[in-house]
Design a protein around this ligand. Sequence first.
Ligand SMILES: [Zn+2]
Length: 64
Amino acid sequence: MSLLKRMFGNGTAQKPRVRICVECGMPVAEHRDWCSILRGQREMERAAAARSAQAGPASPAKSS
Ligand SMILES: [Zn+2]
């Protein structure tokens, strides 16, 4: 019975697929420091943060 329980009771037993970075060959959560994709991601994050930080007077007017 424990086997059935294991099969049906635990639907989340599937292993989460780890995406491997094509640049550094590491899981995308663990890029190497030198990975250019990681750098690109960080730059994009920084740009997005800067964009939302400097959301000027135009942004709230648009959203409302
Ligand atoms: Zn990488």
